[in-house]
Design a protein around this ligand. Structure first.
Ligand code: FAD
Length: 489
């Protein structure tokens, strides 16, 4: 990174977790190197956080977007540690380990040993009532089926169907993985979502054997920090906004423009190289001009683009081809949180919730028994449920008016769990076009896009959930990588 005279000006578009992490690691790297940076984060929303949005209401901690993260993906734990938040982390209730899958309107416990929907313990898998004997035998054929020769990407659904059969794919894997992508597995890229599945097939000749091996390897490594050993998922006691607020505080030196949208990016092609241009104003030297809907123009040497792919494409298409970004479809989802008084609820939960395969034909795709899964979320005399609505190919429910949506969700929870109690309150959150669907070929597409940007849009780094991983830890890792890439220039 060049620094002659003036500090480098970096504009980060998007103040979600990807943009905030990029800013945090850029600032930290600059301090470490004794460099001066002027960082500005722009977000059209009035507050930082993007999809992360915690609501505190009547003693409940309600997540309106993401609610937790995978403990084994360490980027988020590292960041929390750097922000002094280790003591704020909490894990799931050890007494709520069971997860259920709905099948023909009955809740079946997820068979022990299932990892990302793939059986790694044969005995419990063979005993489950979720699959027919034919379905179980078909899944176990994975142990003897030949390995695919081509190394090219394929769909996640196609891969699972090929290895473990349609029943495991539709009845177990798809509803379980819907929590991450709300996707149609037949349209998602294997390489971009679960490359470890393809690696298992190649290395072990079988998905089941590969996943068994991975599970043992993770257990044997024991390399996780103490805080990550408590459970598969972690969150913050005060909700995920704890992380956003801590980043906001840590970025006190970062300029911010909130509640204002970037509407255009212009490239300053007749810019003179900065080192020979003492007579030029800082504005004239900048590589890019960023127009905000407030009328303000920001000048930037570098841009970190973390907006969803469709927003990024709108802004960057006038400057270069963005067809790879346009190929990323987004699914709309909603969640409906219902709070109850325990005294009138009438049911005790012994697990963390259940997922719903498409074939069940319900509005809800899953239901988390939040107050049982996460003990910090509710007063002890209350019950909190979170129901999920919307998935690829089934997004109509998200658009239902509030009253109809609540009615549909209450009908589903009565039918599946017999819940008739009147909720004390209901919180609805709609997240239109919020879940990126990485298409087959996504990894190659993104490399191609980045190569083109390097040639045609020097100084523009694109990252975030649309790019290389949708989970919060993946977004943080990408923010860190953005900072490293910028300092490598
Ligand atoms: P965003 O949070 O989308 O931030 C992008 C920002 O760009 C937005 O704030 C937007 O306002 C801004 N923007 C867009 N266009 C412009 C413009 N023109 N000008 C200025 N600003 C602009 N992950 C997990 O790990 N665990 C979970 O439990 C989990 N649950 C999820 C549940 C739901 C319902 C959803 C939708 C996602 C969930 N995820 C979860 C995924 C994770 O929350 C997201 O992938 C992540 O928060 C995305 O962060 P980001 O910063 O990349 O994007």
């Amino acid at each position: 990174m060049r620094r002659i005279g003036n500090p480098d000006r970096i504009v980060i578009i998007g103040g979600g977790i990807s943009g905030l992490s990029s800013a945090f690691y850029l600032q930290r790297e600059a301090e470490r190197r004794g460099r001066e940076l002027e960082i500005t984060i722009v977000d059209s929303a009035p507050v930082f956080g993007g999809k992360i949005n915690t609501l505190q209401r009547d003693g409940f901690v309600i997540e309106k977007g993401p609610d937790s993260f995978l403990a084994r993906k360490l980027a988020i734990i590292d960041l929390a540690t750097e922000l002094g938040l280790e003591d704020e982390l909490t894990t799931t209730n050890p007494g709520a380990k069971k997860t259920y899958i709905l099948h023909q309107r009955k809740l079946f416990p997820m068979p022990a040993g299932l990892v990302l929907g793939i059986p790694t313990e044969i005995a419990p898998f063979v005993k489950t009532g979720l699959l027919s004997w034919g379905g179980k035998l078909r899944a176990l054929m994975d142990l003897v089926l030949p390995v695919r020769k081509e190394q090219t990407d394929e769909s996640l659904g196609g891969f699972l169907e090929r290895r473990v059969g349609n029943q495991v794919m539709r009845r177990i894997a798809e509803p379980l993985l819907a929590g991450i992508y709300a996707g149609d597995l037949k349209k998602l890229s294997l390489q971009a979502t679960f490359p470890q599945f393809a690696a298992s097939e190649r290395k072990h000749g079988s998905l089941i054997r590969g996943m068994q091996h991975n599970r043992k390897a993770v257990a044997a490594a024991g390399a996780l920090p103490v805080v990550a050993k408590g459970g598969t998922f972690l969150t913050f006691k005060g909700g995920l906004s704890t992380l956003v607020n801590a980043l906001d505080r840590a970025l006190s030196k970062t300029e911010r423009r909130l509640g204002t949208k970037v509407v255009e990016i212009k490239r300053n092609t007749d810019r003179s190289p900065r080192e020979n241009s003492d007579d030029l104003s800082a504005e004239a030297q900048a590589r890019y001009e960023i127009m905000l809907d407030s009328g303000e123009i920001l000048h930037a040497d570098r841009i970190v683009m973390t907006a969803p792919a469709y927003n990024a494409a709108e802004l960057l298409e006038p400057l270069t081809d963005c067809s790879e970004l346009r190929a990323i479809n987004y699914v709309s989802v909603a969640n409906v949180v219902l709070a109850f008084d325990k005294a009138t609820f009438g049911i005790d939960f012994d697990g963390s919730g259940f997922v719903v395969p498409r074939s069940e034909g319900l509005h809800i795709t899953a239901c988390t028994w939040t107050s049982n899964k996460w003990l910090h979320t509710s007063p002890s005399d209350k019950v909190l449920l979170r129901c999920y609505v919307g998935r690829s190919g089934d997004e109509e429910s998200v658009k239902l008016p509030d009253a109809e949506l609540i009615k549909a969700v209450r009908r589903d929870i009565e039918e599946t769990m017999g819940i008739k109690a009147e909720p004390a309150f209901v919180e609805i959150t709609r997240l239109p076009r919020s879940m990126p669907q990485y298409p087959v070929g996504h990894v190659t597409n993104m490399k191609q896009l980045r190569d083109r940007f390097e040639q045609e849009l020097p100084g523009v780094w694109i990252t975030g959930a649309a790019f290389d991983g949708v989970g919060l830890p993946d977004c943080i890792r990408q923010g860190k990588e953005a900072a490293q890439a910028i300092f490598k220039d």
